[in-house]
Design a protein around this ligand. Structure first.
Ligand code: NI
Length: 148
């Protein structure tokens, strides 16, 4: 899905607890992982592969993690500006300000609760992907018009 597709602009609904551990969810995550690797991305959210549901993958230092129904429960005061791009906004890059660190609560694909604090680049990926679940693209957060 790319910018302009309506699914990218919707707030995705929560994953139904009944779907945790299901073959359907497993297949969605597999599809997302393949798409992310093929595009050499560092994160991907379900709406980007056409599924409006609260699931994303993010590359961490320990490899990709899949998060279900993620929520940011704590944010650092400190913000950092850095360049971002997006698989759904091909060919565009821009500077986005994000929290330096965020604490996230989510479920693993098998339904187990997970909680962690992401910092720096990993925190950026998490915030970018969580935005996708709320219908927000990084281009909405650009500080200044892009230089052409
Ligand atoms: Ni993106």
């Amino acid at each position: 899905m790319t910018e302009g597709d309506e699914i990218l602009r919707r707030r995705a609904p929560e994953v139904d607890p009944k779907e945790l551990g299901s073959e359907k969810l497993r297949r969605l995550i597999e599809d997302m992982a393949e798409t992310m690797v093929a595009a050499k991305g560092v994160g991907i959210a379900a709406p980007q592969v056409g599924e409006s549901t609260r699931v994303f993958l993010a590359d961490s230092a320990d490899g990709p993690v899949a998060l279900i129904n993620p929520r940011i429960v704590k944010k650092s005061k400190k913000m950092i500006k850095d360049e971002e791009g997006c698989l759904s906004v091909p060919g565009r890059w821009g500077t986005v300000e994000r929290y330096k660190s965020v604490t996230v609560e989510a479920l693993a694909p098998d339904g187990k609760p997970v909680s962690f604090t992401a910092e720096n680049f990993f925190a950026r990926i998490v915030q970018h992907e969580l935005d996708h679940l709320d219908g927000i693209l990084f281009i909405d957060r650009l500080k200044a018009p892009e230089a052409l």
